[in-house]
Ligand binder design. Structure first.
Ligand code: GLU
Length: 422
């Protein structure tokens, strides 16, 4: 039985994730036992560990690695460093990875990890020691055939290099395939850094085609200026879209004539925020979400478009580069208003898809060029987009519901075929 939207606390990503799953499970008429398996997830590790700080003190940190499902292949998903990380958030993010790998039809299960910390308050040396000790603590769970971490919020290629090195020291030989999103020099893949945004932009292109809209005449706003947001803004403007607003956790920049994304990147590198850049007006994160643009790309955190502000969203397309930016009650409002929402488990699936390419290249010890990677990503993204759109049109459901029907359906089917051991 699906739970009504009003009964869940939408500030909690796990409640949102379970609600979305329940809706798909009801549509797919999944048996109760299978439903319980997929609701509960598979394996969870909580670790508390000390880190030597630069001032000579010792501080305790708490981290998690959750494998939601390993039915379709090794666990796969990022590691985030953020003050809001807790077990329930990691559980939600791990489940979303399972459905995402299902939608993209790549041979991985779903996993996620995180350390509760404020990375902005840690030095590079402290971040390295925290990362290495966390890796050591979760080493029994991860591995190229078991569970493969990648970057997420406030982690990057350098973080992956430290994880790969620590794990390799533990094993006594170099294991490149234990993480994806590594630096190119040590086994990373061309195109991985911009892959989440590149995939999202392919999905935006397909959305425009579907809606008969012209890219050249259009405008966009991007919330978030990290890996996903910066590359999304860059790629959209390279494609001819006028990007009028971007933001980060400290504020935003607006110019109705269009922003110079590269100049904003340089400004942020110097000032720590995009806010206040020359030739731009300041705008808040909340105002950015309500701009009258063709495309809105939430590329930051969960729970940004909610029952409180969805009514004021004026974009025609919302393409979710972030995980979980729209709550279920906002989804209902956007659907009723006719906003075309490309859901996270489809729109940001480009990241994990190129992670898959990286893992395949590591396994084969044979590397591909960037044109090949982007062409393969385009074909997987375009196929997934149209599979979801076909379900949405045939069943007369929102794109999110359609994506869940596809993703949950694939994971459920794998589980059913494999059966219950013993
Ligand atoms: N953190 C990214 C995501 O949420 C990438 C995960 C991966 O490549 O494993 O999809």
């Amino acid at each position: 039985m699906s739970i009504s939207v009003r009964q869940i606390d939408e500030t909690k990503p796990l409640e949102v994730a379970l609600h979305q799953f329940d809706q798909a499970a009801s549509f797919l008429k999944l048996q109760e036992g299978l439903r319980q398996v997929l609701r509960t997830g598979h394996r969870e590790l909580t670790v508390h560990f000390p880190v030597a700080m630069d001032d000579g003190s010792t501080r305790m940190f708490t981290g998690y690695r959750v494998q939601h499902s390993i039915s379709r292949g090794p666990g796969k998903g990022g590691i985030r460093y953020h003050p809001n990380v807790d077990l329930d958030e990691v559980r939600a993010l791990a489940a979303w990875m399972s459905w995402k790998c299902g939608v993209m039809n790549i041979p991985f299960g779903g996993a996620k990890g995180g350390v509760q910390c404020n990375p902005k308050e840690l030095s590079l040396a402290e971040l390295e020691r925290m990362t290495r000790r966390f890796t050591w603590e979760i080493a029994p769970l991860i591995g190229p055939d078991q569970d493969i971490p990648a970057p997420d919020v406030y982690t990057n290629a350098q973080t992956m290099a430290w994880i790969m090195d620590t794990y390799s020291m533990f094993k006594g030989h170099t294991v490149t395939g234990v993480v994806t999103g590594k630096p190119i020099e040590i086994g990373g893949s061309l195109g991985r850094e911009s892959a989440t945004a590149q995939g999202c932009v392919y999905a935006v292109r397909e959305s425009f085609r579907h809606m008969g809209m012209d890219l050249e005449e259009s405008t966009a706003a991007v919330q978030g200026f990290g890996n996903a947001g910066y590359h999304a803004a860059r790629l959209l403007s390279e494609m001819g879209v006028r990007v009028v607003a971007v933001s980060d956790s400290s504020g935003g920049a607006f110019n109705s004539e269009g922003l110079d994304v590269q100049a904003l990147k340089e400004w942020k590198a110097e000032m720590g925020t995009v806010a206040g850049a020359a030739g731009t007006d300041e705008i808040t994160n909340a105002e950015l979400l309500e701009l009258p643009v063709d495309v809105l790309v939430p590329a930051a955190m969960e729970g940004q478009i909610t029952g409180h502000n969805a009514d004021r969203v004026r974009a025609r397309i919302v393409a979710e580069a972030a995980n979980g930016p729209t709550t279920p009650s906002a989804d209902e409002i956007l659907y009723d208003k006719g906003v075309f929402v490309v859901p996270d488990i489809l729109a940001n699936g480009g990241g994990v898809t190129v992670s898959y390419f990286e893992w395949v290249q590591n396994t084969q010890k044979l590397f591909w060029n960037e044109a090949d990677i982007n062409q393969k990503l385009d074909s997987i993204m375009t196929r997934a987009f149209h599979e979801v759109l076909d379900i949405a049109q045939k069943e007369r459901v929102p794109m999110r519901t359609a994506a869940y029907i596809l993703g949950v359906g694939r994971v459920a089917n794998a589980k059913k075929l494999r059966g219950v051991f013993p």
